[in-house]
Write a protein of this length. Sequence first.
Length: 68
Amino acid sequence: MIKELLSSALKGKKRAGQKDLINYLRGKKLTRNQAIKAKCYDCNGMGELNRCDTRSCVLYPFSPYSKG
């Protein structure tokens, strides 16, 4: 599963969180902010959407893809 996710992240659009997700999947430790960006990148279809409308997500206020 990790190999597939890493492959998807490497092929994904260049957006906030991509490098962080790749580093995490390669076993590197992340800061809190890097982890948030990595999760948001994953949730946004590897950067395909470039926006977040999921206000019910606890990470929404910190997402690089939200307007708030």
